[in-house]
Design a protein around this ligand. Structure first.
Ligand code: 9YW
Length: 445
């Protein structure tokens, strides 16, 4: 089907409506991920939300990141959820029981696991916006970068040490939720070895928000997710203790690539603004190590990066968008060109059955592809944004612009859904999802 590009009126409406969604989801100093399904602050959502808000207000965007940092643990970890008010969201703080962890922050309830480190990438976009505006915005943002430099470095250092104790150059995740791609087929093999033990009784809340449960992870998957939470609690959220006993330990290529890219940007911003030279050097070293680690996982037969199951030593070869991790971290020009062609070609965005030529979470040509199920095939606008950003950064402006334009065409209905059925274009999951509205604003800026 031919793409209809948004008209100037569509674009004006989209910008207005995206701004409205972010305003409606604004709770003062943080933004809920979505109005009903996700009524708290999620870590990587906050990064995307901040860069979207920055197109309208740099100070408010910085507030978003400042609030996120109030949840940082003494280990440097930025937790995946900050709970600011009671709600019926599950798993809630009673399930996470982070009071068992010495490193938890004072004064704010959080979960006890991570999400992908997109934040410094967002911060560098915000700095770019702030500099374009100049004046007070620029001054405020540059000061913010300098003041928070140690906290971002501590976050990256946590991932580079506690989550890569043997310096392999791959960030280890302890739960599929830490990848941000909960039920991705990337995790099917390691989850197949997770045998859920006893967990306190629970009622899933997510199913109350969707008409068709097959669009969400299954109950069997959910039992494993909660069992891993239980294992983290039993380890008192100590990473070494979990590593010794936990069932799910996987080197995640996309998290590693984001860490490498974010560390490069942190070093660049630090150098420009006069941050501590030792911190800048440390950041560059983290970037180098994880870039090398990601490139080492590339399957020569497919040109895609592969996660590594650290329990079995097996690479996990799945046609998921995370395979494009090298595009995100860079490092090998010939490979990046092949990845660009692959991404835009008939196995991915150029697949003949796609309604919109934007990045699907799993290749429609893969046997693992399921068009309506969460991270098993649907298109997530933030993933498309990330790949457009990565292409831009590697000098592929034309390819990046193709994803941007198709991504905007997909969002022209202004529902800002959580994810989209790739063959029909139908909106799935939550509506008025903050990060979807945010990337629309960034694409329009
Ligand atoms: C959950 C908030 C989160 C995202 C995750 C996505 C989903 C469900 O929603 O998680 O209950 O945490 O998988 O990446 O951050 O938008």
């Amino acid at each position: 089907m031919a793409i209809q590009h948004p008209t100037p009126v569509d674009i004006a409406l989209m910008a207005g409506r995206a701004g409205y969604v972010l305003k409606a989801n604004d709770r003062g100093r943080f933004t809920v991920a979505s109005p009903t399904l996700y009524p708290h602050m999620w870590s990587w959502d906050a990064g995307f939300v901040a860069l979207g808000i920055a197109t309208v207000s740099v100070p408010r965007a910085l507030d978003e990141l400042r609030t996120l940092l109030t949840g940082q643990w003494a280990t440097g970890m930025i937790p995946h959820i900050l709970f600011h008010s009671p709600s019926d969201y599950f798993p809630d703080p009673d399930r996470w029981r982070t009071q068992v962890a010495a490193a938890r922050p004072a004064g704010v309830l959080t979960s006890g696991i991570t999400q992908p480190p997109i934040h410094v990438i967002a911060l560098s976009r915000i700095l770019h916006d702030a500099r374009r505006r100049g004046g007070g915005d620029q001054e405020l943002c540059e000061r913010f970068v300098l003041d928070t430099f140690p906290q971002w470095l501590a976050w990256h250092r946590y991932l580079a040490t506690a989550r890569d104790p043997h310096a392999h150059g791959l960030v280890e995740i302890h739960h599929g939720w830490e990848s941000g791609m909960d039920d991705s087929p990337r995790w099917d093999a390691p989850y197949s070895r997770v045998v859920p033990g006893p967990v306190p009784p629970f009622v899933r809340r997510d199913l109350a928000h969707v008409s068709d449960p097959s669009q969400r992870p299954s109950d069997a998957e959910y039992a494993r997710y909660l069992w891993l939470v239980e294992q983290k609690v039993r380890a008192r959220y100590d990473d070494a203790a979990y590593r010794a006993t936990g069932d799910f330990v996987v080197g995640d290529v996309l998290v590693s690539a984001l860490l490498a890219a974010a560390s490069d940007l942190l070093a660049d911003m630090g150098a420009e603004l006069g941050a501590d030279p030792a911190g800048i050097e440390e950041s560059r070293a983290i970037a180098r190590r994880f870039r090398t680690g990601v490139l080492r996982t590339v399957d020569p037969a497919t040109d895609l990066a592969r996660d590594l199951d650290l329990r079995t030593g097996d690479f996990l070869a799945v046609d998921s968008a995370a395979g494009f991790a090298p595009l995100v971290c860079g490092g090998d020009d010939a490979l990046l060109r092949r990845q660009r062609d692959l991404l835009l070609g008939p196995r991915w965005c150029g697949h003949s059955r796609l309604r919109w030529p934007v990045v699907p979470s799993v290749s429609p040509a893969s046997p693992a592809f399921r068009e309506r199920t969460y991270w098993r095939g649907p298109q997530w606008p933030v993933l498309n944004w990330l790949m457009a950003w990565a292409l831009n950064r590697s000098g592929e402006q034309e390819a990046a612009n193709a994803l941007r334009l198709a991504g905007l065409a997909q969002l022209v209905d202004c529902d800002f859904a959580e994810y989209y059925e790739p063959l029909t274009g139908e909106q799935l999951g939550s509506r008025d999802q903050s990060w979807t509205a945010a990337i629309a604003l960034d694409f329009l800026a």
